[in-house]
Design a protein around this ligand. Structure first.
Ligand SMILES: [Zn+2]
Length: 146
């Protein structure tokens, strides 16, 4: 988290994201620490501290994303942009697997982002499975593979 981002802007980012990590869609509501505010375009690549360049991200996604803006699509081996939650819709790049434990990429951007940010890491699959049993997972608006 960049501590220079003022608290009001952080609150706006949090509300806009509906308290979900904008990459892996984990919910901040059930965490004992707040998620981080991520610069979609990193400051090191001339990204700004403005609301249009900020996204809510869990620690893991933020750390994996680091200062990257592109990743390799595992199918085509092409370098493609990472998913940009300010310019793209999650639903257009990702869906949940039928059992809702895994995120599936439906575009090269989705697939590359899943690989780069490790969106189906073992620990989060375990959390999704546990949350599912008490109806906290998946987020209500997310599409599910049929
Ligand atoms: Zn995340």
């Amino acid at each position: 988290m960049n501590k220079k981002i003022n608290v009001q802007i952080q609150e706006q980012v949090r509300k806009r994201a509906l308290e979900l990590c904008e990459y892996c869609h984990a919910s901040e509501k059930w965490q004992y620490v707040l998620f981080t505010v991520d610069h979609v375009i990193p400051l090191s690549k001339s990204g700004q501290d403005t609301i249009e360049n900020l996204a809510l991200a869990c620690f893991h996604c933020n750390r994996k994303k680091s200062n990257h803006t592109t990743a390799t699509d595992p199918e085509s081996n092409q370098e493609v942009p990472l998913f940009n939650p300010r310019k793209q819709k999650w639903n257009e790049h990702f869906i949940w697997s039928k059992d809702t434990l895994k995120i599936l990429g439906i575009t090269p951007i989705g697939k590359a982002t899943i690989a780069k940010l490790d969106l189906n890491r073992e620990r989060i699959i375990n959390i999704r499975a546990a949350d599912k049993t008490i109806n906290r997972h998946p987020p209500p608006a997310d599409p599910i593979s049929s």
